[in-house]
Design a protein around this ligand. Structure first.
Ligand code: URA
Length: 437
């Protein structure tokens, strides 16, 4: 049958649900080998899929595993997912904010691969934080305090994991239908009734331009809606890292500052918009201004920060490190990088900053690599800022002296400084819901 399927794909014939399910199940069970599956995936990468085919692919991957039942949770559960950016610590900030607003966060997050960080690695920089809970502990935590964040279990959409590994090997990661089905299979299997997607666009993202970002966002929203989940996508800019900190413990510190009401402007703006859309997707309110007020009030009255402490403590994390963040462990070496000319910061290539952090040990080049939680980069300047020659533009946090020069070269390359004033640019590019797909 697989030979017929590949033949059909060659002449651009639409595949049936049975044919797509056959390929996914066959590969998952080991009956279809890497060679045949690679042809199937490369065909999708090169020629795309119709919407129905993307949905069948997503559905087939979901059905290779368990679909979490959140029926025992006494709150409406909402999920949020980012397509991956540099310095993205939004989940750590929004989870307690949303839980303080009365909704449930029963979140399964991933680890970092390459230059984009994973929430689980960031949370593991808190000593003692348990990334695994039993089903019962997970459900109880959400019922009791509204939030639990654990690492993704292998029982959700296992075919996606196997297919993703093959895509990575054969260069088929960057394909809109494959990304849409991969992300949505895990989100739908995770059980939340409402899903908000942060689709990143720019130099540090999978989607480098708006057309592709809109296509990806629309496909994912449609898949979510077809599966009966209220789904909204926010397209946000990734032409500079989010906030100032890039690196696991460094990002946790920035997340804590944000929860205390002292976050960087871009990070706060994105958290507010995604948070508002989470309240809207969960039918808490359909008034965006009201949603903003609700989110602001739980930050201002301290309840969101208190919820963060309660949640970290419940998952075994050492909360004493957050007393003024004084006892947050730091890397051994800090190196300040300065501007070699005067001007305005036009771009900061997020990808290069992410790579610098990865080289220092803050990310993984390969799945097996161990993370150093305490290294990374903290920017001193953002796009639009004026700089004088000799001003600090970033600080490197390193534990291995030998890696500093390479990281420094990448950071210097990432900064585009010239003498033209920068027009302000918008972080939130577009919001896509079922009403405008
Ligand atoms: N994240 C995923 O989970 N899958 C992809 O294909 C890309 C990003």
């Amino acid at each position: 049958m697989e030979a017929e399927i590949l033949k059909k794909m060659k002449v651009n014939k639409v595949l049936t649900k049975e044919e797509i399910t056959y390929m996914v199940n066959g590969y998952n069970d080991g009956k279809i080998d890497d060679k045949v599956m690679s042809k199937f995936l490369m065909n999708i990468k090169n020629n795309g899929l119709s919407y129905e085919e993307v949905f069948y692919l997503t559905d087939a991957m979901i059905k290779t595993g368990e679909i979490l039942s959140l029926d025992k949770i006494n709150r409406t559960v909402v999920d949020k997912h980012s397509t991956g950016g540099v310095g993205d610590k939004v989940t750590i900030i929004l989870s307690p904010i949303i839980a303080s607003s009365g909704l449930g966060i029963a979140k399964m997050s991933g680890r970092s691969l390459g230059f984009t960080g994973g929430t689980i690695d960031k949370l593991e920089s808190i000593p003692g934080y348990k990334i695994k809970l039993t089903d019962k502990e997970f459900i109880n935590a959400v019922n009791k305090i509204g939030v639990a964040v654990i690492s993704q279990t292998s029982s959700l959409a296992p075919a996606d994991k196997k297919i993703y590994a093959l895509r990575d090997e054969i260069g088929a990661v960057e394909s809109i239908p494959l990304i849409a089905s991969s992300i949505m299979s895990k989100k739908i299997a995770s059980g939340a009734k409402a899903i908000v997607l942060d689709v990143k666009v720019g130099n540090g993202a999978f989607m480098k331009n708006m057309d592709d970002a809109v296509k990806l966002a629309k496909q994912m929203v449609k898949i979510g809606e077809s599966a009966g989940r209220n789904t909204i996508a926010v397209i946000s800019d990734m032409n500079e890292p989010l906030g100032y900190a890039v690196g696991n413990a460094l990002e946790v510190k920035e997340a804590v500052d944000t929860l205390k009401g002292h976050g960087p402007a871009d990070l706060v703006e994105l958290c507010m918009e995604l948070g508002a859309q989470m309240l809207i997707a969960s039918d808490i309110t359909h008034d965006r201004n009201k949603a903003y007020e609700m989110l602001s009030s739980v930050i201002e009255d301290g309840s969101a920060y208190d919820k963060f402490i309660e949640f970290v403590k419940r998952q075994g994390g050492d909360i004493s490190i957050f007393d003024d963040c004084k006892s947050l462990k730091k890397a051994d070496y800090t190196v300040v990088i300065t501007a070699d000319k005067e001007g305005y910061v036009h771009h900061i290539q997020s990808e290069l900053i992410g790579e610098a952090s990865m080289i220092l040990g803050g990310g993984r080049q390969n799945k097996e690599d161990k993370i150093d939680h305490y290294v990374g980069v903290v920017l001193s300047k953002k796009v639009g800022d004026a700089v004088k020659e000799g001003d600090a533009i970033a600080t490197i946090y390193a534990n291995d002296k030998k890696k500093i020069d390479d990281a420094k070269a990448l950071i210097v390359k990432a900064f585009d400084i010239n003498n033209q004033i920068v027009d302000t640019y918008t972080l939130i590019k577009r919001i896509i819901s079922c009403k405008n797909v």
